[in-house]
Design a protein around this ligand. Structure first.
Ligand code: NAD
Ligand code: DAU
Length: 331
C-alpha cells in the first residue's frame, strides 16, 4: 500500500487522520474534499507536496471519484454531512453525500479492486436507556433515530452488501463521539468552549442528562489505521475509549477548567428525537488488533480548550452565524 485516498480530509476527523498518516507512516496521501461549510483547506496545508495532494471535488461526482480511486491503493472514507441538528432542518444533503456519495465511491473501488475502509458512527445502533448497563457491540441491531444516523446506517449497509455481492475489499468502523482540534464550532464541545471564550453561557439541550462516550480524535484515528492495516476484510470494528459522561458533566468540567462557576450554564430547547445514551464496547478491536487509547479525557479536554484559545482566527469568523442558526430553534 503506497497511496491512500482520504475523503473528507479537510474536515475535523479526516484532517487529523492526514496528520496522523504523515507523522506515523510513509504513505502518500490524496485528499478528496468538496470544502463544504465543514471543510477547511488550511487544516491540511503545509505538508510536503510529495506526501499530501489535495483534490477539490465531490464524492457524488463519478468522474472525479473514478480517477482518484483508480490512482490509489486504498480509500479511507470520512466525507459526510455529519451534524444531527442540521439533518433535522434539511435532510437532503445527508442523502446525497452519505448515501449516493458512498455508493459512488464503492462502485469505483469495485471497478479498480481498491481496498476500502468505511468510517461510520455508533449512532447507527440507536440509543440506550440512561440506566441500562449495556453497551453497543458489533452484534447490536441497527436502529438509527435521525436523518443523519439513518443515512450513515444506509451507507454501512451498502458497504456490507458490496463486500458480499461483489467481493469489495472493505472494512468498517463505528466510533463514538470525538473531540479535539479542528472540530466545527457547531458541535457540542467546541460550541461551549467558544461560548466561554466569547463571554457567553454554555447551552445544554433539555436537562443535560444525555450521555455520550467521548474519545480523542487521535485515538479514533490510530484505531482506523490499525483496521486499515490489520483488520479482516468484511468485518466491522467498534471504536471507543470508555469515555461516558453526561452533557451536564462535560459542561461543568469546562466551566471549572475555564475558571467559571460550575452552574453558569443555560438549559435550552431539546433536540427533537434526542438519543439518550451511547456507549461502546471496543473489546473486538483491542483483542484482535491490540489497539488501546492513549488520551485521558481530562487532559485531552484541557488541551482542546487551549487549542481553541490559540486558534481564535480560525473559529471567530463563523461564530456569529453559527449562534444565529441555533437561536432560530431556541437553542
Ligand atoms: P466534518 O463535518 O467535520 O467533515 C466532513 C468533511 O467532509 C468536510 O471536510 C466536508 O467538506 C467534506 N464533505 C462533505 N460533503 C462532501 C462531498 N459531497 N464530497 C466531498 N467532501 C465532502 O465531519 P467529521 O466530524 O470529521 O466526521 C467524519 C466522519 O466520521 C463522518 O463520516 C462521520 O459520520 C464519522 N464520525 C464522526 C464522529 C464525530 O464525533 N464527529 C464520530 C464517529 C464517526
Ligand atoms: O456518536 C458519534 C456522533 O457524535 C457522530 O456520528 C456525529 O457526526 C457527531 O456530530 C456526534 O453526534 P452528536 O449529536 O452526539 O454530537 P453533538 O456534538 O451535536 O452533541 C453532543 C451532545 O450534546 C448531544 O447529546 C446534544 C448535546 N448538545 C449539543 C449542542 C450543539 C447540547 O446539549 N448543547 C449544544 O449546544
Amino acid at each position: 500500500m503506497q497511496r491512500v485516498l482520504v475523503t473528507g480530509g479537510a474536515g475535523f476527523i479526516g484532517a487529523n487522520f492526514v496528520n496522523h498518516l504523515v507523522a506515523h507512516t510513509d504513505l502518500q496521501v490524496t485528499v478528496l474534499d468538496a470544502l463544504t461549510y465543514a471543510g477547511h483547506r488550511e487544516a491540511v496545508d503545509g505538508f510536503p507536496s510529495d506526501r499530501v495532494a489535495f483534490v477539490h471535488g465531490d464524492i457524488t461526482d463519478a468522474e472525479v471519484v473514478d480517477r482518484v480511486v483508480g490512482e490509489s491503493d486504498a480509500v479511507v472514507h470520512f466525507a459526510a454531512e455529519s451534524h444531527n441538528d442540521n439533518s433535522l432542518h434539511d435532510p437532503r444533503p445527508f442523502l446525497d453525500t452519505n448515501v449516493i456519495g458512498t455508493y459512488t465511491l464503492i462502485e469505483a473501488a469495485r471497478r479498480h479492486g481498491t481496498r476500502f475502509h468505511h468510517v461510520s458512527t455508533d449512532e447507527v445502533y440507536g440509543d440506550l436507556e440512561l440506566d441500562d448497563p449495556a453497551r453497543f457491540t458489533e452484534q447490536t441491531p441497527y436502529n438509527p433515530s435521525s436523518p443523519y444516523s439513518s443515512t450513515k446506517a444506509a451507507s454501512d449497509l451498502l458497504v456490507r452488501a458490496w463486500v458480499r455481492s461483489f467481493g469489495l475489499q472493505a472494512t468498517l468502523s463505528n466510533c463514538s463521539n470525538n473531540y479535539g482540534p479542528w472540530q466545527h464550532i457547531e458541535k457540542f464541545i467546541p460550541r461551549q468552549i467558544t461560548n466561554l471564550l466569547d463571554g457567553r453561557r454554555p447551552r445544554l439541550y433539555g436537562e443535560g442528562k444525555n450521555v455520550r462516550d467521548w474519545i480523542h480524535v487521535d485515538d479514533h484515528n490510530s484505531a482506523v489505521l490499525a483496521v486499515l492495516q490489520r483488520g479482516r476484510i468484511g468485518e466491522t470494528y467498534l471504536i471507543g475509549a470508555d469515555g461516558e459522561r453526561s452533557n451536564k458533566q462535560v459542561v461543568e468540567q469546562l466551566l471549572t477548567t475555564m475558571g467559571r462557576p460550575s452552574e453558569d450554564y443555560d438549559l435550552v430547547a431539546d433536540r427533537p428525537g434526542h438519543d439518550l445514551r451511547y456507549a461502546i464496547d471496543a473489546t473486538k478491536l483491542s483483542t484482535e488488533l491490540g489497539w488501546t487509547p492513549r488520551y485521558d479525557f481530562d487532559s485531552g479536554l484541557a488541551a482542546t480548550v487551549e487549542w481553541y484559545r490559540q486558534h481564535e482566527d480560525w473559529w471567530r469568523p463563523v461564530k456569529e452565524a453559527t449562534e444565529a442558526r441555533y437561536a432560530k430553534s431556541g437553542q
